[in-house]
Design a protein around this ligand. Structure first.
Ligand SMILES: C[S@@+](CC[C@H](N)C(=O)[O-])C[C@H]1O[C@@H](n2cnc3c(N)ncnc32)[C@H](O)[C@@H]1O
Ligand SMILES: Nc1nc2[nH]cc(C(=O)O)c2c(=O)[nH]1
Ligand code: SF4
Ligand SMILES: [Mg+2]
Length: 210
């Protein structure tokens, strides 16, 4: 596994928000979202270490919650093996994936929470979503829309109307965009979604390793 960083922190996103979590950030991504807050992890050459799955399991130790992210974690050749080992060890693992990578490779386990993005127009990557991935999402998983503006919001609303999915839907503002604006729009439109911030940025600001 080409790893950029790994660290113990508090889960800052999604339904596991607030939980002590061990983060593993893989190097390399096949997309280039305009607002990506992890530009330091988008190339394979951003890797600072090459770790085996055994080494990663030793590093994670007895921490019960893991977030496998990136970059794009499914870009890693041993992603499925890592996910299977985490699931077999009984760890709750959130897989933060960008929606363009085939989810059929993800082991089926109640311990693996797929957190799939649908990229909205502001990202410049909205055409990269793999619609067939929606079939792999269930009630344990989450579908995340990162929203920069009203165009994104309307895109997300239309997407959900055209592709109803029985999973948890999260609207999260692009860093720096008003959470209040997003919340008011969701209330006005009576959208059955969760409006969530990035908790780690509220605690520590926008920086690496947290
Ligand atoms: C850094 S990405 C890595 C995982 C995967 N590549 C993806 O995009 O889902 C992790 C999460 O952070 C979100 N994200 C990235 N930049 C952001 C920003 N500037 N503001 C809010 N969320 C952001 C992504 O949309 C994604 O849900
Ligand atoms: N604390 C913290 N929580 C996170 N949840 C998802 C993250 C990510 O970059 O994928 C992330 C992150 O970078 N930090
Ligand atoms: S897919 Fe994820 S890691 Fe890749 S550019 Fe977009 S937000 Fe950043
Ligand atoms: Mg992050």
């Amino acid at each position: 596994m080409k790893v950029v960083e790994h660290f113990l922190s508090i889960q800052g996103e999604g339904l596991q928000m607030g939980r002590l979590t061990y983060f593993v950030r893989g190097a390399g991504c096949n997309l280039r979202c305009s607002w990506c807050d992890t530009g330091y992890a988008l190339s394979d050459s951003d890797a600072t270490m090459d770790l085996s799955v055994d080494e990663l399991m030793d590093i994670i130790g007895d921490v019960g919650s893991v977030c496998f992210t990136g970059g794009e974690p499914l870009h890693q050749k041993d992603a499925a093996e890592f996910l299977q080992r985490l699931a077999d060890a009984g760890k709750t693992t959130v897989l933060e994936t960008n929606g363009s990578m085939d989810l059929s490779v993800v082991p089926s386990s109640p311990n693996i929470i797929i957190s799939m993005d649908v990229k909205c127009p502001s990202s410049g990557m909205q055409d990269r979503v793999r619609i067939s991935n929606l079939a792999y999402l269930s009630r344990k998983d989450q579908l995340k829309f990162v929203i920069a503006d009203r165009t994104d919001l309307e895109y997300a609303e239309t997407f959900l109307r055209e592709h109803p999915v029985d999973t948890n839907v999260i609207f999260s503002p692009v860093g720096g965009v008003s959470l209040g604006m997003l919340a008011e729009e969701v209330v006005d439109r009576k959208l059955d979604v969760r409006v969530l911030p990035q908790l780690h940025k509220i605690i520590w600001g926008d920086r690496k390793g947290v």
